[in-house]
Design a binder for this molecule. Structure first.
Ligand code: 5GP
Length: 209
């Protein structure tokens, strides 16, 4: 059996780019892909379940966790606090489990510093006009909120260079194909393989010919 460490797959996108659906579809297709449930101080939207979509906590609880160094990364997004519990990532990586994170660009930059081998994927809508239309179709947000999200989208899109991969979400199936292909390929990287491959006769050191 070839053993390997777990890998971190970080997915970011401006809101409206289709990231939530894309992540959900990729997780349905791929076995053994855990999901990092973030902590947040925002209130649940209808249908969201505590412990599945997010851990919904008070500001006091969030600050307490943050001050005790419990978060691998945290950020303020749209006026609310969001963070990823460090112990959850560490346990997954040590157990050789891959884990998918849906976090913003500030959080992705922090994770890149902490885990240089993390794989960063950025998702964009085909155009700003399309992004605006998708936000309006959701109808869950007021005009002022949409304008705020579009401003924030511009700031986030400017960060695309810090990512390893960029997916333009024109067509859901095509975008899911791309995301799963990235994950499948990254899983096969030799640098992720643990030393000691007992039933394969692979040399452990580089062989010079
Ligand atoms: P929403 O509250 O609309 O689901 O998410 C708002 C934004 O917060 C999204 O861009 C999402 O990726 C980001 N986000 C969710 N969880 C985390 C987290 O744990 N850390 C950071 N930095 N961003 C997060």
């Amino acid at each position: 059996m070839i053993r390997r460490r777990g890998a971190l797959f970080v997915v970011s996108a401006p809101s409206g780019a289709g990231k939530t659906t894309l992540c959900r579809e990729a997780r349905l297709r791929l076995a053994d892909l855990a999901y990092s449930v973030s902590y947040t101080t925002r209130v649940p939207r209808s249908g969201e379940i505590d412990g599945t979509d997010f851990w919904f906590v008070s500001e006091a609880r969030f600050r307490d966790l943050r001050d005790r160094g419990e978060f691998a990364e945290w950020a303020t997004v749209h006026g609310h606090l969001y963070g990823t519990r460090a112990s959850v990532l560490q346990e997954a990586l040590n157990a050789g489990r891959d884990i998918l994170l849906d976090i913003d660009t500030q959080g992705a930059a922090q994770l890149r510093r902490r885990y240089p081998e993390a794989v960063l994927v950025f998702i964009v809508a085909p155009s700003m006009a399309e992004l605006e239309q998708r936000l309006r179709e959701r109808r869950s947000d007021a005009d002022r909120e949409i304008a705020r999200r579009l401003d924030r989208a511009r700031e986030e899109i400017a960060m695309w260079r810090q990512y390893d991969y960029l997916i333009v979400n024109r067509d859901l199936k095509e975008a899911v194909d791309q995301l799963t292909a990235i994950i499948v390929a990254e899983r096969a990287r030799t640098s992720r393989l643990a030393l000691g491959l007992p039933d394969l006769d692979l040399p452990q050191k580089e062989v010079r010919h």
